[in-house]
Design a protein around this ligand. Structure first.
Ligand code: ADP
Length: 136
C-alpha cells in the first residue's frame, strides 16, 4: 500500500488514464492521496504566434476540465494538477516535489503496442527516484 500516488494522464489516452487511476485507488492506503497530473506541452513560440491568445491560455483550463471528467465520482483524497513543460521532466519533478511513494504510468499510446515503452514512460522509469508501476 502507498500513501501518496502520482497518476500522470495523457489526454489523448484518457481510457488508459482511467484504468491506471483505478489501480491507484486500489493501492492507496486509507488516508492517502492520489495526485492526477496532466502536463501541457509548451507550444513553440513560432506556433503560438499563429494562434489566438485565448487558445494558448485555455490549454491548461481545458486540461483541468478533462482531468475532472476522467476522475468523476472520485473521493476528496484526489487532487488534480496541470503543469506545463516537457511531460517526462514535469512528471519526475512533480513526483519529487509532492514526495510521492509511487508513480503509476501507462506503457505507451494506443496504436504503439509494438513498443515496450513509450518515450515519456521510459524517461520516467529511468529518472524517477521512487518506484514506478508501468501498466500495459
Ligand atoms: P508514447 O510515446 O507511445 O506516446 P508515452 O510514453 O508518451 O507513450 O505515454 C505513456 C504514458 O505516459 C501515458 O499514458 C501517461 O500515463 C504518461 N504521459 C504521457 N504524456 C503525458 C502528459 N502530457 N501528461 C501526463 N502524462 C503523460
Amino acid at each position: 500500500m502507498y500513501s501518496k500516488i502520482l497518476v500522470p494522464i495523457d489526454l489523448s489516452d484518457v481510457g488508459h488514464g482511467k484504468e491506471i487511476f483505478r489501480i491507484a485507488e486500489k493501492l492507496l492506503e486509507p488516508g492517502g492521496t492520489i495526485t492526477v497530473l496532466n502536463v501541457v506541452e509548451d507550444i513553440p513560440g513560432y506556433v503560438a504566434a499563429e494562434l489566438p491568445d485565448a487558445v494558448v491560455k485555455d490549454l491548461s483550463a481545458n486540461a483541468h476540465t478533462a482531468l475532472e471528467e476522467a476522475t468523476y465520482g472520485a473521493g476528496g483524497n484526489v487532487k488534480l494538477e496541470v503543469r506545463r513543460g516537457s511531460p517526462a521532466s514535469a512528471i519526475v519533478a512533480a513526483a519529487e516535489q509532492l514526495e510521492v511513494d509511487l508513480i503509476i504510468i501507462a506503457s505507451h499510446s494506443p496504436g504503439l503496442a509494438d513498443y515496450f515503452l513509450g518515450s515519456t514512460a521510459s524517461r520516467v522509469v529511468r529518472h524517477a527516484k521512487c518506484p514506478v508501476l508501468v501498466d500495459r
